[in-house]
Design a protein around this ligand. Structure first.
Ligand SMILES: Cc1cc2nc3c(=O)[nH]c(=O)nc-3n(C[C@H](O)[C@H](O)[C@H](O)COP(=O)(O)OP(=O)(O)OC[C@H]3O[C@@H](n4cnc5c(N)ncnc54)[C@H](O)[C@@H]3O)c2cc1C
Length: 499
């Protein structure tokens, strides 16, 4: 084969693409990975600059016990390099949660470990009377122990509708509404109950505050290093402009740096950009294109990175929410209409807690975020940054004296860095397509496209769970499908198809 001919081409080096490409190459499939950026990792990108090492966007790994990446490391034969910053069973309380109920003047706080093993401190935080606690425990136990079949029945039920049947106190509803925002970037009255409960189960039982030394980008580094070590070809700064389809099957890609041929093309560029932009309309039924176009995007996250000459935060993660600050669909719509809320939820990651080399000695880097619309042209982002900054001062009164520099990010940066905006208001999604009722579980878009040899890997297709974990699971599943497909093609047709 020439250096423009491969057995599989993978578009994009986010967790979906990188996991799929590295597993294919490890299994002996001659693979080309094409990434439009110079820096690899997609939304899971980490930056090393001026002595700081941090994630561009605030990330936490769920679950911490056996996340998809660990399984990938095992198959790659590098399990000895698996180095989460904290062990999943680290006994320390590392996450601070601050909550303010309607009517309270101040926030109250509680600390928890990576897994939420004991809800008693939360009962105190939420002011749950003793007489109610047993009922709440039963409700939580039911959620945490729900089997796959029961979850399946909730694929097209919203968390809000599920909670209505359980008659939970306001504080519990508020916590789960906040959770829908912070973990899934969704509204409580849109998010799929099965998807949210699955993530809650993993978070509570298998740990939910995970990070890696060097940031999440460390995972990309190892996967891509192994990909190249095993003979894979990586071309950076190369945008795929079109997926080649010949005689109704995948035939390769047309890129800024030339045409590459292969009988398999795996795209992690986003389902909508792939179907509506990279594959010509003549190759797909209009009904499939309409289905894809009608899928709803998830929300985005803003981020502010604070580079501090002295530490201000003493825990690994800090999240704040109130009865008024989480968003349901109505609160979101109000923001989109221009009404910037007075208070927002905040999600803060202190990289220096996880990694002593995340900042120069004596300094600290904090990344904070809140939910926002996915529209790259959203005009609300500056208003949200202002509210975030005001809240940060309330939490850390000396933060401005300590700040050397701040960086601001939002859906425009997310879209520019990762997926193209191919529909009005889409592009800056935090996870990918919305994890909403009717789009998850049995209703999740499939990884196998209608075109033989074209697959979708990443957050948009084929898996469940929190962003990076489900993207890697999707990449793993697609690697299995590709190996099977190539096997069906047989050795002759593999060569003939690319010849
Ligand atoms: C602010 C923020 C906070 C988050 N927090 C968490 C968290 O706490 N926990 C968690 O697990 N997840 C979190 N996520 C979500 C997670 O990062 C994503 O769900 C995941 O990275 C998606 O992976 P992917 O492989 O589907 O796509 P992406 O990461 O979007 O990667 C797609 C890749 O394809 C490339 N590409 C696109 N088009 C082309 C083209 N035409 N040619 C070549 N290359 C192309 C892009 O450059 C990119 O590298 C967060 C995301 C954001 C933005």
């Amino acid at each position: 084969m020439s250096n423009t001919e491969f057995e599989a081409i993978v578009i994009g080096s986010g967790p979906g693409g990188a996991s799929c490409a590295t597993l294919l190459q490890k299994r002996g499939v001659r693979t080309l990975l094409v990434e439009k950026n110079d820096v690899l990792g997609g939304k899971m990108i980490s930056i090393e600059k001026d002595g700081y090492a941090y994630d561009l966007f605030p990330h936490g790994q769920v679950p911490m016990t056996q996340p998809a990446f660990h399984q990938i490391y095992e198959e790659l034969g590098v399990a000895d390099e698996w180095a989460p910053a904290l062990a999943a069973d680290d006994p320390r309380d590392i996450i601070r949660i601050a909550y303010r109920a309607r009517g309270w003047k101040e926030y109250r706080e509680v600390m928890q470990g990576q897994a939420m093993e004991d809800p008693t401190p939360f009962f105190k935080l939420w002011d749950i009377p003793e007489s109610e606690q047993e009922r709440i425990m039963e409700f939580m136990t039911e959620m945490v122990t729900m089997e796959e079949e029961e979850l399946r029945e909730l694929d097209d039920v919203t968390m809000h509708d599920y909670l209505l049947t359980k008659n939970v106190p306001d504080a519990i509803y508020s916590y789960l509404a906040f959770h829908a925002n912070a973990s899934l970037a969704e509204a409580v009255d849109r998010v799929s109950a099965s998807e949210q409960i699955l993530i809650m189960q993993q978070m509570m039982l298998e740990g939910g505050g995970g990070q890696y030394k060097g940031g999440f980008g460390q995972l990309t580094k190892v996967m891509i290093r192994e990909f190249e070590k095993n003979g894979g070809t990586l071309i950076r700064q190369n945008r795929v402009e079109r997926i080649l389809i010949e005689n109704g099957v995948a035939a390769g890609v047309v890129t800024a740096k030339g045409t590459f041929r292969a009988p398999v093309v795996v795209s992690s560029a986003g389902l909508q950009p792939t179907v509506l932009k990279l594959i010509g309309p003549e190759h797909l039924e209009q009904s499939y294109r309409d289905y894809v176009a009608a899928l709803e995007p998830g929300w985005a996250f803003t981020s502010i990175r604070y580079f501090l000459k002295e530490p201000v935060m003493d825990v690994a993660m800090y999240v704040t929410y109130s009865d008024e600050s989480w968003w349901n669909k109505e609160r979101y719509d109000r923001c989109v209409a221009g009404e910037i809320p007075k208070e927002v939820i905040l999600f803060m990651v202190n990289h220096s807690f996880y990694d002593e080399n995340a900042a120069p000695p004596g300094k600290q880097v904090l990344v904070s975020g809140t939910i926002c619309p996915p529209d790259p042209d959203s005009t609300q982002i500056e208003g949200l940054w202002k509210v975030m900054d005001e809240q940060m001062v309330k939490l850390f009164p000396n933060i401005w004296e300590a700040t050397e520099r701040r960086e601001y990010g939002g859906p425009r940066d997310i879209s520019k860095l990762t997926r193209d905006s191919v529909l009005p208001g889409h592009g800056g999604e935090c996870v990918g397509l919305g994890q909403i009722a009717g789009q998850c579980g049995q209703f999740k878009p499939k990884s196998k496209s209608p075109i033989p040899g074209v697959y979708f890997a990443g957050a948009d297709a084929g898996a469940a769970g929190m962003g990076t974990h489900q993207s890697a699971l999707s990449g793993m599943a697609v690697a299995d499908m590709v190996v099977e497909y190539l096997g069906e093609l047989g050795a002759d047709r593999r060569v003939a198809a690319v010849g």
